[in-house]
Design a protein around this ligand. Structure first.
Ligand SMILES: Nc1ncnc2c1ncn2[C@@H]1O[C@H](COP(=O)(O)OP(=O)(O)OP(=O)(O)O)[C@@H](O)[C@H]1O
Ligand SMILES: [Mg+2]
Length: 363
């Protein structure tokens, strides 16, 4: 299969240009080429720069290869540029490479052209790949930074919330009970009802402590496993937000590696919190399925849907953390996460995690 190559040749001698193209075609390039001779024509070509390679004669009657290279550099174009000359001495050759030419070839040694071009194109490809990898790395770093900042904020907010709940909730209740107990006198007529009030207040405080501890780490996840913890969390969220819950599971091993269980649970938890907060859904479906290789989770709601790309941009700009943290958790566990939604459409989150079976129980 010939390799397509879009080629610009700066050359006053039509025969030389044909020779150059002939060399490249013999080496397997399918050249789509254009020959120009003047500065004006060369510049016009640079204005629509979809050329993959430039071959430039060193000496032309009214223009020269090095000036052409200067024009390329001025525009910041990084098209591989090979100088071709019959007269290029060693010093000039070095000078041209210093000026940014990719390579040079003597006209009397034109058989070097194809290997030089192949190397130039490969080098260029490498540069493009390296830049894309660097860009991806920078992007990942930026996301991680945004996430770290948000994590710290969330940690602080959570601490404040727990401190407030402890102080205003459990603390106040216990204080009230203490005062009531202090004033309790078995000889008083309302002794029985006062004692019942104290018991009720202690029950309320206990329930609050249970709720806080469940929020911190659902004990069902450790005690009963993912299926039970997820089902119970879905039912609790459904009760609070008023949607109809549907839970299905199929082929999920009774115990999985704790990090897989935690990752899956936390992602489902965030998805359900998002549904409760944003979706206005009347029905929600949670499906958990295990295959030999993967654990799959799907969380679907029939709510109002949203623009996923816009929400991702908002999250990347630091406006929210849920979507980012779900994606980071999935990536850290070697899995894949996909979100499918649009305004007015249902929302579907799909997660696939590679299944590493736990060799022992939870840690
Ligand atoms: N199931 C859903 N239905 C409708 N909109 C949703 C749903 N899930 C997410 N969204 C939209 O996507 C946005 C981003 O979600 P994300 O979880 O990142 O942020 P958040 O829930 O607003 O805040 P937090 O950082 O506390 O999670 C939400 O603000 C909401 O507009
Ligand atoms: Mg959220």
């Amino acid at each position: 299969m010939p390799t397509p190559l879009k080629l610009l040749i700066l050359e006053d001698n039509a025969f030389d240009a044909e020779l150059e193209v002939g060399q490249l075609q013999a080496a397997g390039y399918d050249c789509d080429w254009l020959r120009v001779q003047t500065r004006e024509d060369f510049e016009a070509c640079l204005d629509q720069p979809d050329f993959e390679l430039i071959l430039a004669d060193y000496n032309l009657p009214s223009f020269d290869g090095l000036s052409a290279l200067g024009l390329l550099n001025e525009r910041g174009l990084e098209i591989p540029f090979v100088l071709i000359s019959g007269t290029l001495g060693e010093e000039r050759a070095i000078e041209s490479v210093k000026a940014g030419a990719t390579d040079y070839v003597m006209k009397e040694r034109l058989e070097r052209l194809a290997p030089v071009v192949t190397r130039a194109l490969n080098d260029r490809l490498e540069v493009v790949k390296r830049r894309a990898a660097q860009q991806a790395l920078r992007e990942a770093h930026r996301r991680l930074q945004a996430l770290s900042v948000r994590l710290l904020q969330v940690e602080e907010t959570e601490r404040r919330r727990f401190a407030r709940e402890l102080h205003d909730g459990v603390g106040q209740m216990l204080t009230a009970v203490k005062l009531r107990l202090a004033g309790l006198n078995p000889s008083l007529a309302d002794y029985a009802s006062r004692r019942s009030e104290c018991v009720a207040a202690i029950d309320e405080a206990l329930e609050q402590v249970r709720r806080m501890s469940r929020d911190l780490r659902p004990s069902q996840l450790d005690d009963l496993g993912l299926v039970a913890a997820l089902r119970s969390h879905l039912d609790r969220q459904a009760g609070g937000a008023g949607f109809k819950p549907n839970f299905m599971h199929d082929g999920v091993p009774p115990r999985l590696a704790p990090e897989i269980e935690t990752t899956c649970f936390r992602i489902a938890q965030e998805a359900l919190t998002n549904i409760a907060r944003h979706a206005h859904a009347s029905e929600v479906w949670v499906t958990l399925a295990g295959t030999e290789a993967e654990l799959r989770l799907e969380v679907r709601d029939n709510g109002r849907g949203f623009d996923v790309a816009a929400a991702r941009l908002g999250a990347a700009a630091g406006r929210s953390m849920g979507l980012l943290s779900m994606e980071e958790r999935a990536t850290l566990a070697g899995g894949r996460l996909a979100l499918d939604s649009a305004p007015g459409k249902e929302t579907r989150l799909s997660l696939a995690l590679p299944l590493i079976r736990a060799s022992s129980g939870p840690t």
